[in-house]
Design a binder for this molecule. Structure first.
Ligand SMILES: Cc1cn([C@H]2C[C@H](O)[C@@H](COP(=O)(O)OP(=O)(O)O[C@H]3O[C@H](C)C(=O)[C@H](O)[C@H]3O)O2)c(=O)[nH]c1=O
Length: 181
């Protein structure tokens, strides 16, 4: 596997080593020892999540605060998303900056989203099965977020607004500038 650190410190793109033969392909989707060696992160995850979404769905931008903050190792099992990770670590020199990357069953890329980041994605294919590992458990009470069309972030989700589908929870999220961390 090859790991590339993004311009946001601690946020990594993981390119797994794909072994192909006449039957198809094989790759190690996660290896804690290699992950730790290449990123310096523990690579100890406690919860796996999986969601399915149809074209145009936008999930996010979400995080859990404080002691319940989660780092996530995200990937796509089928389909394609535009994945977004926003640095909202207090005092970070890249506060409010984000990484946007296409993750797909084709490119098999993964993104490591550190604690202190907001995370979200838009669905670019007809349907997507999204899978991610979390290094802390779900804690509903600690959840917070920023609305997908925040003016300061100005994210291009690569989906026409008319095709977007968001949860009732997500359409009322607040702005980045009003975030209380
Ligand atoms: C996140 C989570 C949710 N749930 C329950 C709560 C709701 O009954 C249902 C759907 O939850 P929600 O609408 O928050 O799911 P998403 O909009 O996909 O939320 C996720 O969206 C972005 C992409 C993220 O990175 C976060 O992991 C997470 O916030 O699953 C659980 O039982 N456990 C969990 O860990």
């Amino acid at each position: 596997m090859q790991v590339v650190e993004t311009e946001l410190k601690g946020c990594y793109i993981i390119n797994p080593t794909i072994v192909e033969d006449e039957r198809g392909y094989f790759f190690e989707s996660f290896n804690q020892k290699k992950f730790e060696q290449l990123t310096g992160e523990s690579g100890i995850f406690v919860q796996d999540n999986q969601s399915n979404s149809s074209y145009g769905v936008v999930r996010g931008l979400h995080a859990q605060r404080g002691e319940f903050a989660q780092a996530k190792l995200v990937r796509v099992l089928s389909g394609k998303v535009l994945d977004i990770a926003v640095d909202v670590r207090p005092n970070s020199p890249t506060f409010g900056k984000y990484v946007a990357i296409e993750l797909s069953s084709e490119n098999k890329k993964q993104l490591y989203v550190p604690r202190g980041f907001l995370h979200g994605f838009s669905v670019l294919s007809e349907s997507v099965d999204f899978f991610y590992k979390c290094d802390n458990f779900y804690n509903k009470e600690s959840e917070y977020g920023v609305i997908y069309n925040d003016k300061d972030l100005n994210i291009d989700w690569k989906v026409p607004t008319s095709s977007m589908l968001l949860s009732a929870k997500d359409v009322v999220l607040g702005s980045l500038k009003d975030l209380k961390l």
